[in-house]
Design a protein around this ligand. Structure first.
Ligand SMILES: Nc1nc2c(ncn2[C@@H]2O[C@H](COP(=O)(O)OP(=O)(O)OP(=O)(O)O)[C@@H](O)[C@H]2O)c(=O)[nH]1
Ligand SMILES: [Mg+2]
Length: 280
């Protein structure tokens, strides 16, 4: 049985008002859990308010920055809480926000990490929900991890994972969005860390086959493909994309303004001299 307060739970959440309260309450009740941090990633519903009501420490991204960024924010929040309490660094248990009360069955994920027999555990859900096209992304991620490391997880995109803090640091910077689980697995294996899969009886919301669900799949696929384009290792962009984009616009605009100013000055000087800017 885990000691009290050895684990910090981090839950990335976006538009999860329906389930977040049940998920947080169940996570708080897990043996060994000191606190639960929810990172509300630009939700348009009251995910944050409900998470707080259920007893979580809540961080907010004003605008969605993706699952990977939300996980980093959650780990940073945990570090600050630990520092404030004068407590050493705890293991991190990442849970998805849509587990509801089944989050209370995540305990077995913690045990191998606490026992020191694994640096990270990955959940294998014994009850699987309807796939609805998910198979393609899962297959792509699994095959890619195997090519990169020689090992293939049974559920490579499963977000329920417990890690030592050293393992978490080894996986940073985390990959963008839904590429986070794939890249984390590859990074840890390449650094010689031990991963154990643990069967748990958790269930999450089944994603359907409507347009919204298909868009979700497309985003997942793009993020996972991006991991392999980067050779399985997440490289942070040299400059933030927003700055890149603005530079692309601002620099030519600045040059155009300069040229215009030069032309206007020449015209004005010409007018003062009484000619028409060189044209007769
Ligand atoms: N930070 C962040 N989290 C997200 C975003 N979209 C979903 N999430 C969270 O990531 C977790 C998993 O999201 P789901 O939509 O359940 O996706 P999934 O379970 O991986 O895949 P499905 O089987 O397709 O449902 C949940 O906790 C969501 O709240 C997002 O844009 N940003
Ligand atoms: Mg889910």
């Amino acid at each position: 049985m885990p000691q009290a307060g050895e684990v910090a739970v981090v839950i990335p959440a976006r538009n999860e008002a329906d389930r977040i309260q049940a998920t947080v309450s169940a996570a708080i009740g897990l043996p060994g859990v000191a606190f639960v941090v929810v990172v509300d990633d630009g939700s348009r519903d009251d995910t944050a308010v409900r998470a707080e009501k259920a007893g979580a420490a809540v961080m907010r991204h004003a605008r969605s920055r993706g699952k990977g960024a939300a996980m980093e924010t959650g780990a940073e929040a945990a570090r600050l809480l630990e520092q404030r309490d004068g407590h050493g660094q705890r293991h991190l248990l990442f849970l998805d926000a849509d587990l509801g009360e089944t989050a209370g069955r995540a305990g077995p994920l913690i045990e191998p990490v606490l026992a020191g027999t694994a640096d990270m555990t990955i959940a294998v859900f014994t009850t699987t929900v309807k796939l609805g096209g998910h198979g393609l992304v899962v297959g792509f991620s699994g095959a890619g991890i195997r090519r990169a490391t020689g090992w293939q997880p049974r559920q490579p995109l499963n977000g329920q994972r417990c890690l030592t803090r050293a393992a978490f640091e080894a996986a940073r910077p985390l990959a963008h969005g839904f590429g986070v689980e794939t890249a984390m697995t590859i990074d840890l294996l390449r650094k010689g860390m031990r991963i154990t899969e643990v069967e748990v009886d958790l269930a999450h919301r089944a994603t359907g086959t409507d347009l919204k669900a298909q868009l979700h799949r497309a985003r997942q696929l793009i993020d996972v493909v991006a991991v392999f384009f980067r050779g399985g290792k997440h490289q942070p962009p040299r400059t933030p994309p927003a700055r890149d984009a603005s530079r692309r616009l601002i620099r030519p605009a600045g040059r155009a303004m300069k040229a215009l100013r030069g032309w206007a000055t020449a015209k004005l000087a010409g007018a003062r001299r009484g000619d028409s800017g060189g044209r007769k």
